[in-house]
Design a binder for this molecule. Structure first.
Ligand SMILES: *Cc1c(COP(=O)(O)O)cnc(C)c1O
Length: 463
């Protein structure tokens, strides 16, 4: 019996391919030109010039035949679309939240919740920042405070739950500013900026107890909640026999409300929502959505998009689906490890994060090593990743200085159900060859720096 187990190690995609989208391999000279024109910012490349696109897993998912069939059932009524009610039913069923407002994507929900809950001078603790989340908190007059455990800032730490909140840090903040100045704790999982690292159910329970004691609300960035649930199932005692749907439901039970970018877990190309058990917040959000998004029964989405989301929720909790996703990332990590490529450990849920500080040791942080590495990988093979380091971190709104994050990373993010193992092999070999040539690579300097979220549109020049 034991022998049999050892042979059967492989997993395979729980689907077969019905429609294909051709992609084009370009030559190095062309890519050098493209990279230069894009100001060495992979966000500014044209998709047609990209071979394997690992820029983001946001909205890049392949939908199933079940979802596509649902698109034909779009009820494009201005008010009260059937698809809205199907989606609302599934939000209740799977997230356990009674109230729900659709939005065109995740940041629209972040905008609303920040405006509703934050007053000028408030503090919002969170398990590491996320770009759009923090920006909306700041625009609403709040200050984000990072209360994630120290291990999250150490790419070499093998802590299984690097997304956990450090209760001592949270307690210190409450003592310093008082609970009245903290409208809510903002918890995300897995934590994108830490390298796709999950929080544990135990940590969540402790955070809930603490916040309850101090009458602070607890809100959930549930954008990748199913990935977090998968890690809980794999790594936390007592959850092995629970389904992803059961774990997700249990997780959501501890929160007052949540927001979601449907472009991730929900296996669609556009969409988002806010859901809560707090009737007052719901009423405000329901009113606010008509100002910024559209009527509360479509929130900036077509009926067909809401149907694809409703069906995506049913698929996202399927074990085989989520396992394939996480195992594909793990496979990429294991292959890269064979070439001793410096990476964040353990491998994240949705992406591999290269440690650019170690990869390009000779480039100081203010010459943007991660930005440089992302563009070098593109030039080498047409594989597109993105910077997650000093450029993404932006400037301190008070001092105007560059924020210098400990993590200087290149993220290679895997769209759901899009690429095969052979695409990953090509990516791995490209990164390994850039690693061999690393000493000849030079850093970058800004030539154009936008005020907000500068990583999206900033331009650079080679030093
Ligand atoms: C993508 C994302 C968001 C923002 O959602 P958009 O749909 O891109 O507006 C917020 N939080 C997390 C964790 C995300 O990954």
């Amino acid at each position: 019996m034991a022998k049999k187990k050892a042979i059967k190690q492989s997993w395979a995609e729980p689907f077969k391919i019905k429609v294909v989208e051709p992609i084009k391999m370009t030559d190095r000279k062309h890519r050098e030109k493209c990279a230069k024109e894009a100001g060495y910012n992979t966000f500014l490349l044209k998709s047609a010039d990209v071979y394997i696109d690992l820029l983001t897993d946001s909205g890049t998912n392949a939908m199933s035949d079940y979802q596509w069939a649902g698109m034909m059932l779009g009820d494009e009524a201005y008010a009260g679309s059937k698809n809205f009610y199907h989606l609302w039913d599934n939000v209740k069923k799977y997230y356990g939240m009674p109230y729900f407002v659709p939005t065109h994507q995740g940041r629209a929900a972040e905008h609303m919740i920040s405006k509703i809950l934050i007053k000028e001078g408030d503090y919002i603790p969170g398990n590491m920042y996320f770009t759009t989340t923090r920006l909306h908190q700041e625009l609403a007059g709040g200050t984000f405070v990072d209360v994630i455990i120290d291990e999250a800032h150490d790419p070499a730490s093998e802590h299984p739950f690097k997304g956990n909140i450090d209760l001592k840090k949270l307690e210190k903040l409450v003592k310093e500013v008082g609970a009245k100045k903290i409208p809510y704790v903002s918890m995300a999982g897995p934590v994108n900026m830490a390298g796709g690292q999950p929080f544990s159910m135990k940590n969540l329970q402790e955070v809930r107890d603490f916040t309850k004691k101090h009458k602070i609300k607890l809100w959930f960035d549930a954008t990748r909640a199913c990935e977090n649930a998968f890690f809980v199932k794999e790594r936390e005692k007592g959850y092995q026999d629970k389904t992803i749907a059961q774990i997700l439901k249990e997780m959501c039970k501890y929160f007052d409300g949540l927001w979601v970018s449907a472009k991730k877990d929900l296996l669609v190309n556009i969409g988002g929502f806010l859901a809560t058990r707090d009737r007052k917040v719901y009423q405000e959000a329901r009113n606010m959505v008509v100002v910024y998004e559209g009527l509360h029964t479509y929130g900036g989405l077509a009926g067909r998009d809401m149907e694809a989301m409703a069906r995506g929720i049913e698929e996202m909790v399927e074990y085989e689906n989520i396992r394939m996703r996480v195992k594909q990332v793990e496979y990429a990590g294991m292959q890269l490890a064979k070439y001793k490529i410096p990476m964040v450990q353990p491998y994240g849920g949705h992406a591999i994060f290269l440690d650019a500080k170690k990869f390009l040791r000779h480039i100081p942080q203010d010459q943007f090593p991660a930005q440089t590495l992302a563009s070098e990988i593109y030039i080498d093979s047409g594989v597109r990743g993105m910077e997650r380091g000093i450029v993404s971190a932006g400037r301190d709104p008070e001092t105007g200085e560059n924020r210098k994050p400990k993590l200087e990373l290149v993220r290679l993010t895997f769209p759901r159900r899009v690429y095969t193992q052979s695409h990953i092999d090509v990516m791995v070999e490209s990164i390994a060859s850039v690693y061999e040539e690393r000493k000849s690579i030079k850093g970058l300097k800004f030539v154009y720096e936008p005020k907000y979220l500068r990583f999206f549109q900033g331009k650079f020049e080679k030093l």
